[in-house]
Ligand binder design. Structure first.
Ligand code: ADE
Length: 275
């Protein structure tokens, strides 16, 4: 499984925010092994005035500042010049963009490269958005001080999907939102007894087929409890037996059944602890 490495260029006014995240752990290793090329550029380096001004007051008045178009255009030109053979997808991070999810991460991971443009203040001049940006992406329905954290999030979630970046490729398929579209099953490691709590017996059985079936059911149960929308989305991919299981959970929910915590503690969300 070989591919040419992926390019991630990041344009920001705050390059100092990135090294810790991008140089550590799996993403750091992927760069060392040349599966991934990440470069962070300071937009201010592409200003031409004496004071390196990258923002200005908005036309028409109002609060805040707007990132000027010339430095951004110059930075984007420089990126394109550095990668003449690669069509890079230029992505602007904004709460007004498409909300990021695993499907988008998988789509982006198939691209030869992306340029992540981090906005700050009131954002970037609209003329850059309409002429130089291919995609707009939001980290979620909340407002951050800038696009840097979303850029890190995108870089991380895309990079780990590049073949060879995460050691055990099977773990990518098995995790939450992996191909089956459900949340992950619970994981346990040593010690066998922790604060009085043991392990689900099944995991000690050594019977791999049964363990797989148990994990699948746990995954389905957890998804049913926390993200019923995902169970509905995955409905057609569930076996008849699994669909019947979900239906039985629905039925017993309607009868008002209650889960108890294995430690005997009440969950905060239990109505009993709230009264
Ligand atoms: N910039 C500020 N908030 C943002 C968000 N939620 N997503 C992407 N970029 C942002």
């Amino acid at each position: 499984m070989t591919r040419t490495s992926m390019i991630i260029e990041i344009l920001t006014l705050f390059p100092e925010m990135f090294p810790g995240v991008l140089e550590s752990s799996i993403i750091g290793r992927a760069q060392t092994s040349e599966l991934l090329h990440i470069r962070v550029r300071n937009i201010r380096d592409y200003t031409t005035d004496k004071h390196h001004v990258a923002d200005d007051a908005p036309y028409g008045g109002g609060p805040g500042m707007v990132m000027k178009p010339e430095p951004l255009a110059a930075a984007l030109d420089a990126v394109a010049l550095d990668h003449p053979q690669t069509a890079l997808t230029r992505v602007y991070l904004t709460p007004e963009g498409e909300v990021w999810n695993q499907t988008l991460a998988e789509e982006f991971a198939r691209l030869p490269g992306i340029v992540l443009v981090c906005g700050h203040y009131e954002g970037i001049d609209e003329r850059i958005r309409t002429t130089c940006i291919d995609r707009e992406v939001s980290a979620g329905d909340y407002v951050l001080t800038g696009g840097e954290l979303p850029a890190m999030m995108i870089a991380d979630s895309v990079a780990r999907l590049i073949p060879g970046v995460v050691g055990n490729e099977q773990s990518i398929v098995q995790e939450s939102f992996g191909h089956h579209g459900l949340l992950d099953h619970p994981h346990y490691t040593r010690p066998e007894k922790f604060r009085g709590m043991g392990l689900p017996e099944m995991l000690l059985s050594g019977h791999h087929k049964n363990i797989d079936a148990w994990r699948r059911e746990q995954s389905l149960r957890r998804t049913f409890e926390r993200r019923p929308d995902l169970v509905i989305a995955a409905w057609e991919t569930l076996s008849r037996k699994e669909q019947a299981l979900v239906q039985s959970w629905r039925d017993s929910e309607e009868e008002g059944s209650e889960d108890t915590c294995p430690t005997g503690q009440k969950k905060v969300s239990d109505p009993d602890t709230l009264t």
